[in-house]
Ligand binder design. Structure first.
Ligand code: ADP
Length: 270
């Protein structure tokens, strides 16, 4: 048995009920209701500034809603003890300022913190989990490189490996494919699909790639202006009218269970 399978909890259902949030005076989420079902692969799409990252911050417990409730089971997410939350939810942020020149291996080991803390030192299981996470995202050969010397794409894969090493049943990712070339994007979605395919992980991903979201996600949430504009199966969300209204672009849709979005020029030509 690997560390991938023996320590993880069952993914809890995450719920946002009537959640509003503002940074200072600026209202960013307005009366949002959303659910992440246990074990689902949920994509969050929407234009820049729609509130997607903020919604993820509520789901990770990093921020508390100004009104409404953000819960994991019956527990308020932001009030969960930090260790319990870290064992439940792993986050891959959009970016992270890395100041200290950690070797990649040690940096990924930071993801084991919620598991090693009670013992105070790393055991063979932790090393196994780190090696496995690094192998899964294809960064084994970067092990001794300094995190401060990596390209944007390499660093992003290191952040993903750290989250995988955390071995939490809920994985939240904020535009993880933004810095990746097309091969690494497909590899990432294949990896997420494989991790999710066991049914033992909930995955929530913010992405601007509507076709990758359509291909891999069970369900999509379309956000605009702090609200949920649409949600459902990819074919219910990736519609010409919804994309025109919320992204302000003309597209053609190749219909199907998993629709494919084609960009059109404003005059309607492809
Ligand atoms: P998205 O992820 O959809 O682009 P965000 O949730 O990042 O949207 O941002 C929604 C709005 O909140 C934007 O107008 C953004 O400028 C603002 N915002 C995001 N983070 C902060 C912050 N820490 N302080 C102040 N305003 C913020």
């Amino acid at each position: 048995m690997t560390s991938e399978t023996h320590t993880r909890l069952h993914p809890p259902r995450l719920t946002l009920e009537g959640c509003s949030f503002a940074y200072d005076e600026k209202s960013v989420l307005r009366d949002v209701d959303a659910v992440v079902e246990s074990g689902e692969f949920l994509g969050i799409v929407g234009p820049n500034g729609a509130g997607k990252t903020t919604l993820l911050r509520l789901l990770s417990g990093q921020r508390a809603p100004a009104s409404g409730r953000a819960t994991s089971g019956d527990e308020a997410l932001h009030a969960m003890p930090a260790l319990k939350r870290a064992r439940t939810i792993a986050v891959v942020p959009q970016s992270e300022a890395v100041m200290f020149p950690w070797p990649v291996y040690s940096f990924v080991m930071l993801g084991r913190h919620p598991h090693t803390r009670s013992l105070g030192f790393e055991g063979p299981g932790d090393h196994h989990a780190v090696e496995e996470a690094m192998a899964m995202v294809g960064i084994t050969e970067l092990a001794s490189r300094k995190v401060t010397d990596l390209s944007g794409g390499e660093l992003h894969r290191v952040l993903i490996a750290r989250a995988l090493a955390q071995d939490a049943p809920v994985l939240l990712l904020d535009e993880p494919n933004a810095h990746l070339d097309i091969r690494h994007q497909v590899e990432l979605f294949e990896l997420l699909s494989q991790l999710h395919g066991t049914g033992s992980r909930s995955i929530v991903i913010i992405t601007h790639d509507l076709n990758l979201a359509s291909t891999y996600c069970d369900r999509l949430l379309l956000m605009d202006d702090g609200r949920i504009a649409a949600h459902g199966a990819p074919r219910d969300v990736l519609r010409e009218d919804l994309i025109a209204r919320h992204f302000g672009v003309r597209v053609g849709i190749d219909e199907g269970e998993r629709p494919h979005v084609r960009l059109l020029r404003p005059d309607g030509n492809s």
